[in-house]
Design a protein around this ligand. Structure first.
Ligand code: AMP
Ligand code: GLY
Length: 419
C-alpha cells in the first residue's frame, strides 16, 4: 500500500510513523512533511504546497496512492476531501460541509443545540454593539470566540468585563480577518478538560484512548493559549461509565445530527470536552481532524495497524472492524517550542541531541523542523514533540523528560509539568 499524508506537523509525523510500522504499507509520501518525515524509512517528502489541491490529487493518482490522510483543518475546510472523493480516491477526513463542525463555531454550537448535546450556553453576534450589550448582562468569567479558523488564537477566556469587551472589539475590528466577523460568546465551564478523538465512517463511531492536552504556554496552565504544549494518554480521570456517557450523549448524537443535515461524516471527530465535578461531559469544541499533540501521545500506544482503522472509515465498514487494540501502557508527549512562541516564534536555530534523546527509548516527532545542508534547524513555533511510553504516567513522564534533557537549541522552551 502507498499512503499519502498531508500536513507538516508533529501530528503528521506521528501518523506517518505509525503507518510505516505496518508490513502492508510499502511507501508513505508526505506533503510537505518536515525534517522528521524526511529521515524516516519508507517515507518521502514531496515539495508541493498545502493549497495546491490539484497538484496533490495528480500526485496521488500518478503514484497509485491507495489512501490519502489529511492532517490539518485548513485543507479540510477548503474542501480537499470533496476533490479527492470526486476523483474516486480513498481519502480520510470529512468533506467541506462536515469540516464546518470546526470551521464555524457558530454552526457547531447550533448543531449541538438542535441535537440536545451538552455544551456551554451561548449567543451568536454579528456586530460589536449587540455583543457588548450582552456582555454587560453576563457573569464572569466569560468566553469570547471567533467563529472561524484562527489557529488556536480565536478564544479569549475573560476574567473582567474590560478584557471581554476588548476581545469583542478586536475580533470585529478585523484582528483575525473574516474568522472574527461572527463571534460566539459562551458561558465559562468548570471542570477537567479531556480530548476524545474518535474515528467514524458516518454510521459507527469508535473513540480512541481518552487524552489530555496542555494548551497554555506556562506551567500550571498559565499564560497564553497555544496549539498545545504537551499531551498524555490515557487520561486517568476517565472511567468506563464516563466513556459510555461520552459515546451516548455526545459522539453518537453528533453523528446523528450531522446525518440529519445530510452530512455523512467520515474521518476523525475530535471532541474537546469539559468534565464537570459531577462527572458529566460537555463539549468545549469539536475539531474535524486528529489533535496535535494528542496524536503524538496516542500513536505509540496503538496496537492495531493504523491503516486498518483509517480504511474502515473511508470504506464505511467500521462496524465490522475488530475492537481497536491498545498497549496497556501510558504515554507522555512534551512539546519543545521556539523562543518567542506563541506570539513571535524565532526560527532558524540549529537543533542538537535528537539521536541521544531517542537512544533513551523515546520517540522524537518533529513539528517545525527542516533540513538545511544536512543540518536540522527550527522552522516553526512548535519544534519537537518528545514522546515516551511507560508502564504508567509517572514512568512515561520521567522518561520523556530524560529524553528532553538531551535536546538543545537556542531559546528552546517547554513545560516541565506535562501530566
Ligand atoms: P477552543 O479552541 O474552543 O477549544 O478553546 C481553547 C481553550 O479555551 C479550551 O481548550 C479551553 O481551555 C478554553 N475554553 C474554551 N471554551 C471554554 C469554556 N466555555 N469554558 C471554559 N474554558 C473554555
Ligand atoms: N490539541 C488541540 C488541537 O489539536 O486543536
Amino acid at each position: 500500500m502507498r499512503i499519502l499524508v498531508i500536513g507538516a506537523g508533529g501530528r503528521e509525523h506521528a501518523l506517518a510513523w505509525k503507518l510505516a510500522q505496518s508490513s502492508e504499507v510499502t511507501q508513505i509520501y508526505c506533503i510537505p512533511g518536515n525534517g522528521g518525515t524526511a529521515n524516516m524509512p519508507k517515507c518521502l517528502n514531496v515539495s508541493l504546497t498545502l493549497n495546491d489541491f490539484e497538484g496533490m490529487l495528480r500526485f496521488a493518482q500518478v503514484q497509485g496512492v491507495s489512501l490519502t490522510v489529511i492532517g490539518p483543518e485548513l485543507p479540510l475546510a477548503q474542501g480537499i476531501v470533496d476533490l479527492f472523493q470526486g476523483a474516486g480516491m480513498a481519502v480520510f477526513g470529512p468533506t467541506q460541509q462536515g469540516a464546518r463542525i470546526e470551521s464555524s463555531k457558530a454552526w457547531a454550537k447550533e448543531l449541538m443545540q438542535s441535537a440536545g448535546i451538552p455544551t456551554a450556553k451561548f449567543a451568536i453576534f454579528r456586530d460589536p454593539a449587540t455583543a457588548t450589550a450582552y456582555l454587560h448582562r453576563c457573569s464572569l468569567p466569560i468566553v469570547i470566540k471567533a467563529d472561524g479558523l484562527a489557529g488556536g488564537k480565536g478564544v479569549t477566556v475573560a476574567e473582567t468585563l474590560e478584557v471581554a469587551i476588548a476581545a469583542v472589539e478586536s475580533l470585529f475590528g478585523g484582528q483575525l480577518g473574516t474568522a472574527g466577523e461572527t463571534v460566539v460568546i459562551e458561558d465559562f465551564l468548570i471542570g477537567e478538560e479531556l480530548s476524545v478523538l474518535a474515528v467514524t465512517d458516518g454510521k459507527t463511531i469508535r473513540p480512541l484512548l481518552p487524552a489530555r492536552d496542555r494548551k497554555r504556554i506556562g506551567e500550571g496552565d498559565t499564560g497564553a493559549n497555544t496549539g498545545g504544549m504537551g499531551a498524555f494518554a490515557p487520561s486517568p480521570i476517565v472511567t468506563p461509565a464516563l466513556m459510555a456517557k461520552i459515546q451516548s450523549q455526545i459522539l453518537e448524537p453528533t453523528l446523528d445530527a450531522l446525518s440529519t443535515q445530510g452530512i455523512t461524516y467520515k474521518g476523525c471527530l475530535y471532541a474537546g470536552l469539559m468534565i464537570d465535578p459531577q462527572g458529566n461531559p460537555s463539549v468545549v469544541e469539536f475539531n474535524c481532524r486528529f489533535g496535535d499533540p494528542e496524536t503524538q501521545a496516542l500513536m505509540p500506544l496503538l496496537a492495531t495497524p493504523l491503516e486498518q482503522i483509517l480504511l474502515a472509515s473511508t470504506e464505511g465498514r467500521l462496524e465490522q472492524l475488530p475492537p481497536i487494540q491498545w498497549h496497556d501502557q501510558a504515554a507522555v508527549c512534551v512539546v519543545i517550542a521556539a523562543p518567542g512562541y506563541p506570539d513571535r516564534p524565532e526560527t532558524g536555530q540549529m537543533i542538537s541531541g535528537i539521536g541521544k534523546a531517542e537512544s533513551t527509548g523515546a520517540t522524537v516527532f518533529h513539528s517545525g523542523t527542516r533540513l538545511k545542508n544536512n543540518q536540522l534547524i527550527t522552522s516553526g513555533g512548535r519544534v519537537l514533540s518528545v514522546t515516551a511510553v511507560g508502564q504508567n504516567l509517572p514512568e512515561a513522564k520521567a522518561k520523556a523528560y530524560q529524553a528532553v534533557s538531551h535536546i538543545y537549541f537556542d531559546g528552546m522552551q517547554y513545560r516541565r509539568d506535562i501530566v
